[in-house]
Design a protein around this ligand. Structure first.
Ligand code: ADP
Ligand code: ADP
Length: 230
């Protein structure tokens, strides 16, 4: 089943054409790794998938609905079904880990406080941070903060998870713990689009690797073929 379909996606900033013509399909349960040089448009592409950036032209179909043609309020509703994890964690610094995880489920999904706490605690256990519910983000390592950010995204029961260089801001020794959580998520069947420089992860976990350069997807292949010696 197709979850996201992108057709003739184009994004310009002024006269600068960052995405020139992107087409692509993300199917249920697939892990897509988007790789390529800095400035290629990877982050812009990812942000166009949930309309954090508004495409200049083209279509982004989410389960058949074209997000580009929707009003912002309708986009918001659909965006809730796509979890996003950023390079710099973007946790709310004045809230504890538990409060970070509860906020959207209570406000947006109208879970009771008790339900939201239970769910948050389950997710924290799942990312190995069951003991950190009452900690503030600043007291956690980068790897721990990013695992909290993943748990927070999962708290909304997303159908797709979008990752924008989730390990690029981490000290090297913390990269593995975050990739591990992502790999487990992939194994559980989560649909994922991952912008990353972690070639090992792409090789191991991706169903497809999309190589982006200069605003186009230049190559797309299964990892064994993509990473095969020429
Ligand atoms: P990547 O993620 O592959 O490094 P980006 O999508 O971040 O690439 O950026 C692609 C190009 O678009 C870069 O040249 C960047 O400077 C430019 N760009 C990104 N966002 C904006 C913006 N808001 N305004 C103008 N240019 C932008
Ligand atoms: P990333 O590391 O995710 O690729 P960047 O560091 O390139 O992001 O950009 C961070 C923010 O600055 C983004 O919101 C992006 O849209 C914006 N940005 C990037 N390049 C430009 C640019 N040339 N002009 C204006 N805004 C930009």
């Amino acid at each position: 089943k197709t979850i996201i379909q992108v057709e003739h996606l184009e994004k310009k900033y002024g006269d600068t054409e960052v995405l020139k013509e992107i087409d692509g399909t993300v199917k249920s349960g697939q892990v897509i790794c988007v790789i390529g040089p800095s400035g290629a448009g990877k982050s812009t592409f990812l942000r166009c998938l949930n309309l954090l950036e508004r495409p200049t032209s083209g279509q982004v179909l989410f389960e058949g609905t074209d997000l580009v043609s929707l009003k912002e309020s309708a986009v918001m509703n659909l965006r809730e079904r796509m979890g996003m994890v950023f390079q710099n964690f973007n946790l709310f610094p004045n809230m504890t880990v538990l409060e970070n995880l509860k906020l959207a489920p209570v406000r947006v999904k109208h879970l009771s406080d008790g339900e939201a706490v239970k769910k948050a605690q389950e997710l924290l256990d799942r990312v190995g941070l069951g003991e950190k519910a009452d900690a503030y983000p600043a007291s956690l390592s980068g790897g721990q903060q990013q695992r909290v950010a993943i748990a927070r995204a999962l708290a909304m029961d997303p159908e797709v998870m979008l990752f924008d260089e989730p390990t690029s801001a981490l000290d090297p020794e913390m990269v593995g713990e975050v990739l591990q959580v992502m790999q487990e998520l992939a194994n559980e069947g989560m649909t994922m689009v991952v912008v990353t420089h972690e070639m090992g992860f792409a090789k191991e976990v991706a169903d497809e690797v999309w190589f982006m350069a200069d605003g186009y997807i230049q190559e797309r292949n299964e990892p064994n073929a993509f990473f095969a010696d020429p």
